[in-house]
Design a protein around this ligand. Sequence first.
Ligand code: GAR
Length: 204
Amino acid sequence: MGKLRLAVLLSGAGTTLQNLIDRSRAGDPYDIAVVIGSKPDAYGLERAKQAGLPAVCVARKNSLNTDAYNDALWAEIRKHDVTHIVLAGFLHMLRVPEDFQHKIVNIHPALLPSFGGKGMYGLHVHEAVLEYGAKVTGCTVHFVDEKYDTGPIILQKCVEVREDDTPETLQARVQETEREALPEALRLIAEGRVTIEGRNVRIR
Ligand code: GAR
């Protein structure tokens, strides 16, 4: 398929973005065309600027409903001629237009369908895993559909939960697997090895 041209959407620190910047510069088959943040103070926007990438804030103001916010997001995304979109800690619903079906990828810090859905982001996810007493967690890379965290799963990686874990220590180990899983999924897509049958993703 050749190199992907990505828009990366984020709301926070941007360590996921930083990993993609580093990997793409080390030869991974994707370029980052634009970084879009949902808050002006999202540190990920600063990382983008430091890397010399276009960084745009499309703020989710309370006055904007989901449709209006999506219109604003898509108006920005479409300026950059991207082939795929990565949600890298982006905390809002991104609607999927027909031409971006199976072209938007999300990384979630748990093994979906457990510990997903609205409000399940960042440390909250790891708090919920520990509170529930799960013995295994991990990360999931999946295509985005019309709901939170329900789209076809591209790949997952497991992490053992330890008895002395805190949300922070668990998050750190899950994020190590995220750093491998997301680039791996993007490489598979760029290599044209990913096909989708119903909600089953096949890797050739
Ligand atoms: C990542 O761990 C990502 O998996 C998670 O937010 C973090 C963003 O960190 N995403 C979600 O929880 C989505 N529901 P970052 O801003 O440092 O990249």
